[in-house]
Design a binder for this molecule. Structure first.
Ligand code: EPZ
Length: 422
């Protein structure tokens, strides 16, 4: 089913919204459940297309999954026997499927996974994932669109990441959890989702230390046990809702957040003229005055998150003055610019910089989502635009936001989802 999200702009959002569990913590943790020859229970699991797809990948590998949407609980049993091949069709659809390669290699010594395709935001290479697995002794064969990795016993190694890749850090950490000896990942990603994965592995009896810093040490163990684990809140969903309050000049309280995970966004919202009050597990965000232009530079954590670049750009299209947005993480993450221009935004792209000249008003228009965060950005722009905005290709949004229209409607937005049968 395809569909559109239709928005009548101009309503300042008001109220409280509770943030779900983090998609980008949930997906690697689901992959890591393959490390345990038993049952794990995961809590605060959001009802997302990417979660359902990852369940299909795990089931194709021989695991059993059971999701209870009401309780947001997912039970995964990877007792086995496990298959070695993740199906092409599923991996092709979702890059995060590639995260099964590390745990499969660690658990059964073999993994055959299709090369994850690139996507709208970049070619998305996997050289750093493979550098780590090879360093630990895996033999890697690439051919016919597949990657085959084989290893009798992975051995701990010191691995330097040329870029602090989140996925490479996670794949290597999972492989190292059952390897012989100690693995040290240098220039590791420091994202909160990487820390959550480390905590999950440790809750199964793993020995991971240093997660959240640029150096992570993993002592391999012989096996990992069952666990019951609650994942962290989604800082990107939280940031998206905060930006929906900022862009409409409303007043919203976001619940189930960890403010320290959002430091760069909180700073930029304050610089842009918003009032931001942090409490334990809560953030109150409001804006009464004009939006001020601010410069943004995306960086690996703890820098400004690339996943909030497009939603932040939506806000800045309404700012008084000119903002410069520099995207340093992905090479092509400005696909939403053309769509914002259709709404009247004034944006010039120079290499990896977008120069945004703020406008008093944007105007509703039919626009198309190009990735999940771009889709969210277009909805945000529509919330403040004059007239009606129809966002298509909303399957992108469903990958990373559950009940997105219902949640915004609960804050007063005039928004609805129109399914189209074709
Ligand atoms: C994770 O993707 C997130 N996805 C992305 O969120 C997020 O944007 C990204 O990290 C950066 O924070 C999940 O966690 C499922 P990377 P990942 O490896 O792991 C280059 C969303 O919207 N690179 O840190 O794929 C790569 O090309 C999604 O929720 C290599 O060069 O990101 C990119 O330029 C989008 N070689 C940069 O690193 C490699 O082997 C960051 O990629 C791997 C990556």
């Amino acid at each position: 089913m395809s569909g559109i999200i239709s928005i009548e702009g101009g309503v300042p959002l008001q109220g409280r919204i509770r943030v779900e569990g983090a998609k980008n913590a949930c997906l690697p943790i689901m992959a890591a459940s393959l490390l345990c020859a038993g049952e794990v229970t995961l809590r605060e699991i959001p009802a997302l297309e990417d979660v359902f797809n990852m369940c299909k990948v795990l089931e194709a590998l021989g695991a059993k999954t059971k999701y209870d949407a009401a309780q947001k609980k997912l039970i995964i049993n990877s007792e086995g026997p496990l298959q070695t091949e993740a199906p092409y069709e599923l991996v092709r659809k979702m890059r995060a499927s590639f995260l099964v390669i590390g745990p499969l290699l660690a658990r059964i010594g073999r993994a055959r996974v299709s090369l994850p395709g690139g996507c709208a935001i970049g070619i998305r290479p996997i050289d750093l994932h493979l550098k780590g697995l090879k360093a630990m002794g895996a033999e890697v064969i690439i051919g016919h669109g597949f990657i085959e990795t084989v290893s009798n016993r992975l051995c701990g190694e010191r691995i330097y990441l040329d870029f602090p890749s989140v996925g490479a850090t996670e794949n290597i950490m999972m492989a190292a959890a059952l390897a012989e000896g100690i693995t040290v990942i240098e220039n590791a990603a420091e994202e909160p989702e990487v820390v959550d994965l480390a905590r999950f592995i440790n809750s199964m009896g793993g020995r991971v230390s240093g997660a959240g810093t640029d150096t992570i040490r993993i002592h391999g163990v012989s096996s990992l046990n069952c666990t019951d684990y609650t994942i962290i809140p989604d800082r990107i969903e939280a940031g998206t809702f905060m930006l929906s309050a900022a862009i409409t000049g409303g007043e919203v309280t976001v619940e189930n957040v960890i403010p320290t995970h959002l430091t760069p966004l909180l700073a930029k919202l304050r610089e842009a003229g918003c009032q931001v009050v942090e409490e334990e597990g809560l953030i109150h965000i409001s804006r009464t005055g004009p939006i001020r232009a601010v410069d943004i530079k995306t960086l690996p954590y703890p820098g400004f998150p690339t996943d909030l670049q497009s939603p932040m750009m939506a806000l800045l299209t309404y700012a008084k003055g000119t903002s410069v947005i520099t995207e340093t993480v992905f090479e092509n993450r400005f696909m939403h610019v053309d769509e914002l221009r259709r709404m009247g935004a004034q944006i010039k792209i120079e290499s990896n910089c977008a120069v945004v000249s703020g406008r008093e008003k944007l105007y509703g228009a039919p626009v198309k989502a190009t990735d999940l965060r771009a889709g969210a950005a277009l909805v945000l722009a529509g919330l403040a635009a004059q007239g009606r905005t129809d966002v298509s290709a909303i399957y992108h949004i469903d990958r990373g936001y559950s009940n997105f229209t219902e949640k915004l409607a609960s804050l007063g937005a005039k928004i609805k989802r129109i399914e189209q049968p074709w």
